[in-house]
Design a protein around this ligand. Structure first.
Ligand code: ADP
Length: 379
């Protein structure tokens, strides 16, 4: 197994910078997912690792070797593409066995290896068919088989599931995960689909505008996004954002003057412009008049069977709340509150996260409207 080291990597097409200084360490055997919106440079990065794209500056090492000048065929990478890239006139067995055939592997050994790979991918019954006689999922499996038979040092996946329907995507996602557990080959998987990224990655890399925004374990990034961009990109329904500023005593105050969270403060200069983020499932129903309670006006509800998505307005912002379907909403007008431990705050100036100091309010005081902000701060 080989690791990959990328340092100060740039790619400029004419005058368009596509990758603008990427540094990334990939451990041997790791499954790394590069996630980002269309045009953020993720495919360019993958193609530079494969050797399909020249590097403007910087270095890429696979194992102990700098591969900048190594031809694609000599890098030990096998790539799986979105459009499958199968040979239409060849059978499944011929497609999978193509690389060993070109490499001069004997017919007998080739057959054995094709059979092994086909068994791993559940393609045994389809070996004599041509790609035109297969479903999208089966074609993608053949494309994976063609990569697997080469026993590469690194698998590179370029949005391989994008052409499949939703159900098949989930199935193939699980299959790729299972295969990685078995083969333990270092893998890099490029996608714009956050579910794919969250479920497949050992290490998640979020890109934006040719730069890496954040690298980490998927759950760490989900629970502690480093920037507003990352917070917005990960999560469905997306995180709610309420703009405001830092008020007295480091409190977060919405633009309409409402206190956003009673039990947290930030070490930021007064009047610093901020955005508060809160995940839809983290909003809590609170006393209508509680300190930090934001009156919530329901506009629309969607019942998804197991959960309700409740869309409305709080602190003059469109906000979505997710509740279990079996937990009914109060019938009277109600408020929502933002618990300090679920709050995300980002500076408007640079989009960066700033963590709060959380005050542990006594149970009896939390949400009690008789206490004002000044009294809370003296606790
Ligand atoms: P992604 O895979 O994240 O959608 P790409 O890596 O394909 O993004 O593209 C990154 C940027 O580089 C985009 O602005 C794109 O238009 C530009 N780009 C990609 N390939 C080329 C090319 N061959 N020539 C010129 N610009 C390109």
């Amino acid at each position: 197994m080989d690791g990959i080291e990328i340092s100060a990597l740039h790619k400029i097409y004419g005058k368009t910078p596509a990758v603008r200084g990427v540094n990334l360490s990939i451990e041997p055997g790791e499954f790394v997912v590069i996630l980002g919106p269309s045009g953020c440079g993720k495919s360019t990065l993958l193609r530079m690792i494969a050797g399909l794209e020249d590097i403007t500056s910087g270095t890429i090492s696979i194992g102990d070797t700098i591969v900048n000048q190594v031809e694609p065929g000599g890098r030990g990478c096998a790539m799986v593409f979105q459009n499958y890239a199968l040979y239409p006139h060849m059978t499944v067995a011929e497609n999978i066995g193509y690389a060993p055939k070109v490499a001069g592997v004997s017919k007998l050994e080739r057959h054995a290896r094709v059979a092994d790979v086909a068994a791993m991918l559940g393609l045994q019954g389809l070996l004599d068919r041509r790609p035109g006689q297969l479903s999208g999922g089966q074609r993608q499996r053949v494309a994976m088989g063609r990569a697997m038979i080469r026993a590469p040092r690194v698998f590179l996946f370029d949005e391989p599931l994008s052409n499949l329907d939703a159900k098949l995507r989930i199935q193939m996602r699980l299959e790729i995960k299972r295969l990685h557990r078995e083969l333990k080959t270092t893998s890099i998987f490029v996608t714009h689909d956050q579910m794919e990224a969250m479920t497949l990655a050992d290490k998640l890399v979020v890109m934006n505008g040719g730069l890496i925004e954040q690298v980490g374990a998927p759950t760490d990034i989900y629970h502690r996004p480093a920037t507003r961009f990352v917070a917005d990109f990960l999560g469905s329904p997306p995180m709610n954002f309420i703009p405001g500023r830092i008020g007295a005593e480091g409190r977060a105050v919405a633009n309409n003057g409402l206190l956003l969270c009673a039990d947290a403060f930030w070490e930021l200069a007064p009047n610093t412009e901020i955005v508060i983020g809160i995940r839809p499932a983290a909003l809590q129903i609170s006393d209508f008049k509680a300190l930090g309670g934001l009156p919530f006006d329901i506009e629309m509800q969607e019942d998804l069977g197991t959960e309700l998505h409740i869309h409305g307005v709080a602190a003059s912002q469109r906000v979505t709340m997710v509740r279990p379907a079996d937990s009914p909403l109060p019938t009277d007008p109600f408020a929502v509150s933002i618990p300090a431990r679920a709050i995300h705050l980002f500076r408007v100036s640079d989009g960066k996260r700033v963590d709060p100091h959380v005050i542990n309010l006594p149970e009896t005081l939390n949400g009690d409207s008789r206490w004002n902000a000044k009294q809370l701060l003296s606790i």
